[in-house]
Design a protein around this ligand. Structure first.
Ligand code: A2P
Length: 292
């Protein structure tokens, strides 16, 4: 598995990053500092996670220079009508002069009360992100999307002047998203796999196929789930942990065989899992075939 992938901007994105969804403010600062002190160079957060300030503190605490770190955050659904303001707020919270990557968190504009904002088109939000990216390349090194299904990607690509650098989607053996990975590859878009372990209390860690392959390679099941993504061409992966020993352990990526990859990818035929439900946003299934 490669240690980094090249974005369509020319920048390198480390294949392995630390995820921070559900990482509480107190714990995340220590987790980020620990990860960076132990070799991680890619941190993923979002305004919606309500931990940007502590992620920024963790970066400072690590002593690792900012320019050696690949930092991603995401435009909140509630900020789709205030793209420029949202960027400034994220930069301030993270206490950083720039983002390596800024993603539209969902193609799902929401009101400040947290309801679907049906009079806002996410495509206009993308156009605002393009404008900010072109006007302030020193503040945003790359823009991209998250939770975009194939039909949504197609609509974006038909109308965009900037091809997204990344599409970040849920992916693990019980939700491979092969159609999205294929579509993104066609257009030179990198995919970042979130919830690669299946999130909290994941049945994937005790899945017999995963355990069998882990035993064969002499690693833990989590390493196989992370390696599955890291072994896919054009894919990066952001396992979340606030536990120092796990953060270290998760950095071990192994080379899987074609046979391993095939076996892991077939798990979704028996077990389908969705950790993150698009209907939370009030926008329905947003084009994901497995949810229709
Ligand atoms: P914790 O953060 O308490 O260490 P995902 O990346 O798929 O969202 O999964 C995150 C979940 O998996 C969290 O509950 C996290 O717990 C747990 N986790 C992270 N790394 C490991 C590991 N190596 N072994 C078991 N569970 C893990």
């Amino acid at each position: 598995a490669s240690k980094s992938v090249k974005l369509n901007t020319g920048a390198e994105m480390p294949t392995l990053g630390l995820g921070t969804w559900k990482s509480q403010p107190g714990a995340v600062e220590k987790a980020v500092a620990h990860a960076l002190k132990n070799g991680y160079r890619h941190i993923d957060t979002a305004t919606a996670y309500a931990n940007e300030k502590e992620v920024g503190l963790g970066i400072k605490e690590s002593g690792v220079p900012r320019e050696q770190i690949f930092l991603t955050t995401k435009l909140d659904n509630k900020d789709q009508r205030d793209v420029e303001g949202a960027l400034e707020r994220s930069l301030k919270a993270l206490d950083t002069p720039y983002l390596d990557l800024w993603l539209m968190h969902w193609p799902c504009p929401m009101t400040s009360e947290g309801k679907a904002d049906k009079s806002r088109d996410w495509l206009d939000t993308w156009k605002d992100m393009e404008r900010v990216f072109k006007a302030h390349p020193e503040k945003v090194k790359a823009i991209g999307v998250s939770n975009f299904s194939v039909p949504y990607l197609k609509r974006l690509l038909e109308n965009a002047s900037v091809v997204p650098a990344v599409n970040q989607v849920e992916s693990h053996p019980a939700c491979m998203q092969e159609d999205i990975v294929e579509e993104c590859k066609k257009h030179g878009i990198v995919v970042t796999a979130y919830s690669p372990l299946g999130s909290d209390d994941s049945p994937l860690l005790t899945n017999p196929t995963v355990q069998k392959i882990a035993k064969k390679h002499g690693v833990e099941p989590a390493n196989i789930l992370i390696s599955l993504q890291a072994n896919r061409p054009n894919v990066t992966v952001i396992p979340k942990s606030v536990t120092p020993a796990r953060i270290n352990q998760n950095a071990k990526v192994v080379d899987l065989t074609e046979e391993d990859l095939k076996e892991l990818a077939s798990i979704e035929k028996e077990t389908h899992i969705r950790v993150c439900k698009p209907y939370w946003t009030g926008w329905g299934n947003i084009g994901f075939p497995d949810l229709e």
